[in-house]
Write a protein that binds this ligand. Structure first.
Ligand SMILES: [Zn+2]
Length: 607
């Protein structure tokens, strides 16, 4: 078991803004950082991060919590994994996992163990390939990099490596690290041998190795480019097989390396191949990513949408590249991304272009970008043979590009463009394509506000006040105000907050996390995102008000309870009981009236 203190230590050391900033682009908004929410289809930035209190909260979908919660949710991992990742990253030593016999392990723990193990194997392999790149056998690999002007720093950034021209170089090394044949086969680094006695051979041989990382920089797979010129060397590129951690359609090559620049520029350059990403990076373009040899997927687009507003498509200048850019448009448009295209000359890809013509030419080409949709429309018109029927077919084929447009204005501009390019009346085009009103994106249902009694609302106010002005905690404890809180959970929270008056800000996340495990308190997290009481004087006044209200409402509640008893006694006709209860009620009302008078007096003195 990992102690509460250890968990708190990791939470303290981890920088929530840094972690979340790897997944979304955060912009400062007052004391908080804001972005579009990675957990729901958000258009306004409703996702807030409070770096002081180390918490996040989405006012759209209600997702909230601390840095652990964020990682668990976005990576789909459990608490234990989130803890280990952050401990690794921020150098917090964790006790080694207790060795458990396999038969003792629960399903979840077995899965966790397997995932830890997979990660270790892939990381070990990445380091092995990197080291091999420095050996004499890697001459051809280094030459290939030199030809592309990939300097050692860029090679190290992408963890490029070399898989030796051998059947067992990796397998032998891994065995020396106590990693078995079967384990290597399972992660796709080896293939089972034909030999019935078992054994395995290297899956990647004589290849330049690209390490594939997830958004957090962890190795999830490899892509190997052949260095051989012989026919039987296999495919030019081979990728690791998909595993639970590595799904090609959910991964973008270069995303981890590009993360800072993507946020800074608000823009991504989307290229086709791994080498395009690496060559561009070597030439100084650091906001470049590529889908892993697959057609662009919705998941990949979502990875970009959280980080940028614009995408510049720079696919190869060939037929396949053209098709790919046409397919990319609806996906990008549907995600609300503005898309552009840099049309490279026939036969060039970004890698060859930047290599042959230099970084300045690439900067120039990027500046000459054209709207992707406009480009696709123009191209359709240029490709047309001018016959009425051909034009008709080509205009019809543009329909799927117009459907994802979000506003009537966008659709109208697109139709005007088609009209100009094909010289056809725009009204005819609009009717033909039946592009009517834009389909309204269904808004995400706002979370239903929870019903809270008046008393509970005031109790919540007290908690919020104590969070904003931790020094009032001592006062609240001394004056017995905390004990006025009727709700047991809220009282415990108030005690926890008051007790940690020192450096409360950095402990808010701890307190909320502790409360959260037992009970959901979305309002508490939402409240923790903002500081409403900044002024000490005003805070003291608010504390007095809240105290008075709590007392009065407390009596209201007691009186209401006595009234229930009175009705019960009246039904059963217990005269004696009725009399007693009426006396009790009168007594309570008298105290309450006294409280009111006291408050009035006090406020008249103040004013
Ligand atoms: Zn949200």
């Amino acid at each position: 078991m990992i102690s509460e203190a250890k968990i708190a230590e990791i939470r303290q050391r981890a920088d929530i803004a840094e972690i979340i900033g790897e997944y979304v682009t955060l912009r400062r908004a007052g004391a908080n950082l804001k972005s579009v929410c990675p957990f729901h289809a958000d258009t306004d930035p409703s996702f807030n991060v409070n770096p002081v209190r180390q918490m996040f909260h989405c006012f759209g979908c209600g997702a909230s919590g601390d840095v652990f919660r964020f990682l668990m949710r976005i990576e789909g991992i459990d608490f234990h994994d989130a803890l280990r990742r952050l401990a690794d990253r921020y150098g917090v030593e964790l006790p080694p996992p207790r060795p458990v016999r396999p038969e003792e392990r629960g399903e979840a723990e077995r899965a966790r163990h397997a995932a830890d193990r997979r990660r270790l194997i892939l990381e070990t392999a990445a380091t092995f390939f990197e080291k091999q790149l420095e050996t004499p056998q890697a001459f051809a690999a280094r030459q290939m990099l030199e030809a592309r002007r990939v300097d050692p720093a860029t090679a190290a950034l992408f963890r490029l490596g070399f898989a030796p021209d051998s059947w067992t170089a990796l397998v032998d090394f891994m065995l020396s690290q106590r990693i078995s044949h079967q384990e290597l086969v399972d992660v796709g680094l080896a293939r089972p041998g034909k030999n019935p006695s078992g054994g395995a051979y290297d899956a990647f041989r004589n290849r330049l190795m690209f390490t594939i990382a997830d958004a957090g920089g962890r190795v999830i797979g490899f892509s190997g480019r052949t260095l051989s010129t012989s026919e039987d060397a296999g495919a030019k590129y081979i990728n690791s097989p998909e595993t639970a951690d590595f799904v090609k359609g959910k991964t973008l090559f270069g995303l981890y390396q590009a993360r800072v620049e993507l946020s800074k520029q608000g823009e991504a350059i989307l290229v086709e191949g791994n080498f395009d990403v690496v060559s561009m990076a070597a030439a100084g373009f650091r906001h470049v990513v590529a889908p892993l040899g697959t057609a662009l997927t919705e998941e990949q687009v979502m990875l970009l949408r959280r980080r940028v507003e614009r995408v510049v498509v720079a696919f190869d200048g060939d037929g396949a590249g053209r098709k790919a850019s046409a397919r990319a448009f609806p996906l990008l448009a549907r995600a609300g991304l503005v898309s552009y295209i840099v049309a490279l000359p026939q036969g060039e890809d970004p890698d060859s272009f930047v290599r042959n013509r230099g970084a300045a030419a690439m900067t120039e080409a990027l500046a000459q970008r054209q709207g992707l949709l406009e480009h696709l429309i123009e191209r359709a018109a240029t490709d047309s043979d001018g016959s009425a029927q051909d034009a008709g077919h080509r205009i019809e084929a543009l329909r799927p590009l117009l459907e994802p447009l979000k506003t009537a204005i966008e659709k109208d501009v697109a139709i005007q463009k088609i009209s100009q390019s094909f010289r056809v009346d725009s009204g005819v085009i609009a009717r033909q394509l039946r592009v009517g009103a834009p389909t309204v994106v269904k808004a995400v249902a706002a979370p239903t506000p929870e019903r809270a009694s008046k008393l509970e609302l005031v109790e919540r106010q007290l908690l919020g006040l104590l969070m904003d002005q931790p020094s009032l905690g001592v006062t609240a404890l001394e004056r017995g105000i905390v004990s006025l809180v009727r709700d047991e959970h809220l009282r415990k929270l108030a005690l926890a907050i008051a007790a940690r008056a020192e450096q409360l800000d950095s402990h808010v996340a701890d307190i909320v996390a502790e409360a959260d495990e037992k009970l959901e308190h979305p309002w508490l997290v939402a409240r923790a995102m903002e500081c409403l009481f900044k002024d000490k004087e005003k805070s003291l006044e608010a504390l007095d008000d809240i105290t008075a209200t709590l007392r009065r409402l407390g009596y209201d509640e007691q009186i209401a309870l006595v009234e229930v008893d009175i009705r019960a006694a009246q039904t059963s006709g217990d005269e004696q009981k009725i009399l007693e209860l009426f006396r009790a009620k009168a007594q309570l009302q008298k105290i309450q009236a006294g409280l009111r008078a006291f408050r009035k007096q006090e406020s008249s003195v103040e004013s």
